[in-house]
Design a binder for this molecule. Structure first.
Ligand code: ATP
Length: 460
């Protein structure tokens, strides 16, 4: 966890992520993305959109609303069943998720074959906590209430009247917009099955458990892709999306393969043929960053039933009508961003007592691609401004002329900038600059006219 504390401190001091509403004492599990965080997040979202939406010829995008007719959440099952099993400690009045209590207890006991709480019923979880005398992580007493199911959806009222008819929910996932718009999407884009719809947007969950920084927050961004297919093809498509998710994490985001693994769901919903989580090895252990879920005809079937509107697809070649099967590829943007920071964080001893902190973020994802660094302020400002104007048309570029060049390189290393471009007095003579590479710290002299193409070549 030592590294997580260092990463949290770096995020705050360098402007990646700030605690939410900090000057008012914060609000638990909320965070604001600062100047570097927003660049990094936008790059992750753009990479996802490129890979899942733009590079597939049978894919389109959607940007649905956060607020939807409350019947959507009845049909989806979220009103009835989207809840966490919670237990209160009667002694210190803190509230805990029963599944987390069981998991953490088994971890501290180093239990050889730990039980997956997802396979236990509510009664079995209560029994586990009682027979194993699971202590409260806050006060260490063993005085628990029974389990109560706590709905995770944020509820609010629209209009001026606060009655049950005015209730609306903040969406707890983005996926339902793709389902309720299925007919609109299919008809307007004249899509033939199999096809898919991608969406990136905010989701909200009233999580009560501690967050591990941005891993578990109450407001977060999801990148979700719903693939509509036939029942016969659905398992093959599921495996294709499972592979595609890993490819995205490794090839497009730059996460290291050895820090990733799949974890099949311990139990499957009655309508699903398969479901798997993709997990990343965070400093606090493996945690889910995304999932591939076979969802059968459950979503479209429920919406057809509850809305009394057809969600069927008519096969243009045979005239057959059927409800498509869905394979979902779901990803958490905030968790992937945290994984990027954890994966990239390095401390390198480059000389005795000289530690360099460097974020080795994949260059194409890094917040800034280039830093323009005039070696001296005097006489180099015009040329440096010119260079900034040239580079910033193609790359997210930053400018720094304060402090020694060594310190400036270190500042850029800490925020993951892959290329520093240094302007010196010779530049005024030979129209060339020095590129310093973040990872190798090697330097090369490049003509200004070749600079954009050279950096483009390195940007993978
Ligand atoms: P968990 O089991 O960790 O609560 P989940 O299985 O409920 O997650 P999904 O409903 O599958 O998550 O949501 C898809 C993705 O959204 C997750 O893989 C995760 O990356 C992200 N996500 C879910 N809940 C949160 C949260 N509270 N904070 C940040 N990201 C989240």
């Amino acid at each position: 966890m030592e590294n997580l504390d260092k990463i949290i401190a770096l995020c705050k001091s360098r402007g990646f992520i700030f605690p939410g509403s900090e000057i008012y004492g914060g609000l638990a599990n909320t965070w604001d993305y600062g100047p570097l965080g927003v660049e990094l997040k936008n790059n992750i979202k753009a990479a996802w959109w490129q890979y899942f939406v733009r590079e597939c010829k049978n894919s389109v995008g959607l940007d649905g609303g956060i607020l939807m007719n409350p019947s959507v959440w009845v049909a989806s099952g979220h009103v009835g069943g989207f809840s966490d099993p919670l237990m209160d400690c009667k002694a210190c009045k803190t509230r805990h998720r029963a599944d987390n209590l069981i998991n953490n207890f088994q971890k501290t006991q180093k239990t050889k074959n730990p039980i997956d709480p997802d396979t236990l019923s509510v009664n079995q979880m209560e029994e586990f906590v009682a027979t194993n005398k699971v202590p409260c992580p806050h006060c260490a007493k063993q005085d628990w209430t029974g389990i109560r199911q706590f709905n995770l959806m944020f509820k609010t009222n629209r209009g001026v009247v606060e009655d049950s008819a005015s209730v609306v929910y903040l969406r707890p996932e983005t996926a339902q917009s793709q389902f309720v718009n299925f007919t609109n999407l299919q008809r307007t884009s004249r899509l033939k099955i199999p096809f898919g719809v991608g969406q990136i947007g905010k989701a909200f969950r009233n999580e009560i458990t501690p967050g591990n920084f941005t891993f578990r927050t109450i407001e977060f961004e999801q990148m979700e892709y719903q693939h509509f297919t036939t029942d016969e093809k659905s398992l093959d498509d599921y495996h294709m999306f499972k592979t595609k998710a890993m490819e995205f994490y490794i090839d497009r985001v730059g996460l290291r393969k050895e820090n990733l693994r799949f974890k099949d769901h311990a139990t499957l919903c009655h309508y699903a043929k398969a479901a798997v989580d993709a997990e990343f090895l965070f400093p606090f252990g493996f945690g889910e960053i995304g999932g591939t879920h076979h969802r059968g005809t459950h979503d479209l079937g429920s919406h057809q039933k509850c809305s009394c509107k057809s969600c069927e697809y008519v096969d243009p070649s045979t005239g057959d009508r059927f409800i498509p099967t869905v394979v979902e590829s779901s990803h958490g943007c905030d968790r992937i961003l945290l994984a990027v920071l954890c994966d990239a964080y390095n401390e390198e001893e480059i000389a005795k007592d000289d530690i360099r902190v460097v974020l080795k973020i994949k260059p194409s994802i890094a917040p800034y691609k280039v830093a323009v660094l005039p070696l001296q302020k005097k006489g180099l400002t015009n040329k440096s401004d010119e260079l900034f104007a040239q580079l910033s048309k193609n790359f997210s570029t930053t400018y720094d002329d304060a402090g020694s060049i060594g310190k400036r390189y270190r500042r850029q290393d800490e925020i993951g900038t892959p290329f520093c471009v240094t302007i010196d007095y010779e530049t005024l003579e030979d129209n060339a600059v020095t590129i310093r590479h973040r990872d190798s710290m090697k330097q090369e002299r490049v003509k200004i006219k070749d600079l954009t193409t050279t950096i483009q070549k390195y940007l993978v």
